[in-house]
Ligand binder design. Structure first.
Ligand SMILES: O=C(O)CCC(=O)C(=O)O
Length: 261
């Protein structure tokens, strides 16, 4: 790991304010090209052939996904699961000192823990069978004392709307929408003018290899299909203040979280 990956990083007041008011923050070139290349090699090796544990597009069945594993493209990977325990490099990326320093500042936390139950994966989006993800808050199916977790999305290549990069609705982590504005699966309904107005204010994250997107678990986000010719890959972890405990007997408490120094 080179020196860019180590040591504390003090966020500027502007960066902290941006995260607090907008619900996300992009830090460019957070991870070196060398480190990204090393992670990319592991990801490629884990995709050819696809190594378990993984989730397929056909499991998620989001718009654009094959309807079943028996359908054309049925074995298109969606996520390499349990990233933290898969590989040493993935663990190093998750527990990187500089990242932890940033997370502590964003969460005003003395110690943070990584959830093994949420994200903790390499997201892939394949051209052709990679699906669209509608507008949602990650926390909708998560159960913690407080809805205050932060996810780290490390781009392993270019990410923009054409290849299914994330878009986010700035400030949406501060809104409390009526239940009626969400569909059965807690995605934003797109048949409501007030939701379309909100969606109109979305911004595209537009990331390059090594850029990191940090976003609040209440920030609404979405991503389209991959209309490029190459697979999009990102390493994604979710963190919490150690005091913000998962609720026992929920999915969020399935595996013990990893406390990071
Ligand atoms: O890459 C995508 O389609 C979006 C993924 C996402 O937002 C999620 O898994 O929560």
């Amino acid at each position: 790991m080179n020196s860019k990956e180590t040591g504390d990083l003090i966020l500027t007041q502007e960066q902290k304010d941006h995260f607090a008011s907008q619900g996300y923050l992009v830090i460019r070139e957070f991870v070196s090209a060398q480190q990204c290349a090393a992670i990319n090699t592991i990801v490629e090796d884990s995709l050819h052939p696809p190594l378990a544990p993984l989730e397929f597009e056909a499991d998620v069945r989001y718009p654009g996904a094959p309807v079943a594993k028996t359908a054309l493209g049925g074995f298109t990977p969606r996520r390499l699961l349990h990233a933290y325990t898969r590989e040493t490099r993935f663990r190093q990326a998750a527990a990187n000192e500089k990242l932890l320093a940033v997370l502590k500042q964003l969460m005003s936390a003395e110690h943070v823990a990584l959830s093994q139950n949420h994200h903790n994966c390499v997201m892939t989006k394949y051209p052709g069978f990679g699906s669209e993800t509608n507008w949602h808050q990650d926390v909708r199916y998560w159960s913690f004392d407080r809805p205050e977790l932060v996810s780290m999305w490390l781009a392993l290549g270019e990410e923009y709307s054409i290849n299914g990069g994330l878009s986010l609705i700035p400030g949406s982590h501060l809104t409390d929408l009526d239940r009626g504005r969400l569909d059965a699966n807690l995605f934003l309904r797109t048949d409501l003018p007030e939701n379309l107005e909100l969606i109109d204010s979305a911004v595209s994250a537009n990331l390059s290899c090594g850029d990191v997107l940090l976003f609040h678990c209440r920030t609404y986000h979405a991503a389209g299909q991959n209309r490029s010719t190459t697979v999009k890959k990102s390493l994604v972890y979710t963190y919490r203040d150690v005091s913000n405990q998962p609720i026992p007997d929920t999915r969020s408490a399935t595996y013990e979280d990893i406390e990071l120094a």
